[in-house]
Write a protein that binds this ligand. Structure first.
Ligand code: SAM
Length: 231
């Protein structure tokens, strides 16, 4: 399967394993991952965030309940919400999530946004699990036609050592552990370059003293809600 599907499947498998109830996808683009996750029966709250409202709106009708969802109501409730805003800003609507996914997002961030990102995601949102994927630049020589970056909008592409040192430092600072994996196997004989997409899975080390922590958080909204569906 194409690489983007392997990345989505990786998240689906993780959801199947850990059964998070509340999942937020940052940089959700056309909401394909959110749409796939709405079929996971453990999930009760799904949220998407993107800085580009038009791409989010393109196919968001897929997130609306179908007639069958009303005719055959299930036990679980599901709320899907889309927000327009930046991962460089904090908004209380992103509090209380179990899993936050950032698939092919960080390489699109400007230096100033990337600097704020850990404090927003790990410090403020502080979910039990965070998944971050980004291109592994060591794989690039194997990709036909790639000279500098895989995509013209990428601000950087990291080697495994670069990503891992950023991730380990971030994890250490915010009290998370992190494990590295990836999707997109290199061809036989080239195993030394690693996965095409590198993935860090971060797990919060200590349970949150939630009431205390929440009361300390700012309550001013920074995002604009552009879609909401309640099943
Ligand atoms: N996660 C999706 C996927 O894997 O198919 C889309 C990845 S796309 C390459 C990167 C997305 O991040 C774009 O939709 C872009 O608009 C969004 N993005 C870029 N900077 C952002 C920011 N500061 N805050 C939120 N989203 C941002």
């Amino acid at each position: 399967p194409p690489l983007y599907k392997q990345r989505y499947q990786f998240i689906k498998d993780l959801v199947g394993k850990y059964k998070p109830k509340k999942v937020a996808d940052l940089g959700c683009a056309d909401c394909t991952l959110l749409w796939m996750l709405k079929f996971c029966s453990c999930i009760e709250v799904l949220a998407g965030l993107d800085i580009c409202a038009s791409i989010m709106k393109e196919k968001m009708h897929r997130l609306s309940p179908l007639p069958g969802d009303y005719l055959q109501p299930t036990e679980r409730s599901l709320t899907v919400t889309l927000h327009h805003g930046s991962v460089a800003h904090k908004d209380p609507c992103m509090l209380g999530f179990d899993l936050v996914t950032c698939i092919e997002l960080i390489e699109h961030l400007e230096q100033s946004e990337l600097k704020k990102f850990p404090e927003v995601v790990f410090g403020f949102m502080s979910p039990s699990m965070v998944v971050i994927s980004t291109p592994n630049s060591e794989f690039n020589p194997l990709l036909p036609g790639v000279t500098l970056f895989r995509h013209s909008d990428h601000k950087f592409e990291w080697t495994r050592a670069q990503f891992q040192s950023w991730a380990l430092e971030t994890a250490r600072h915010y009290g998370y552990s992190v494990e590295f994996t990836g999707v997109g196997h290199p061809p036989k004989g080239m195993e030394n370059v690693g996965f095409c997409t590198q993935i860090g899975v971060f797990v919060r080390k200590y349970p949150q003293a939630s009431e205390f922590a929440q009361s300390e958080k700012p309550t001013e909204a920074a995002y604009k809600t552009v879609f909401r569906a309640v099943y």
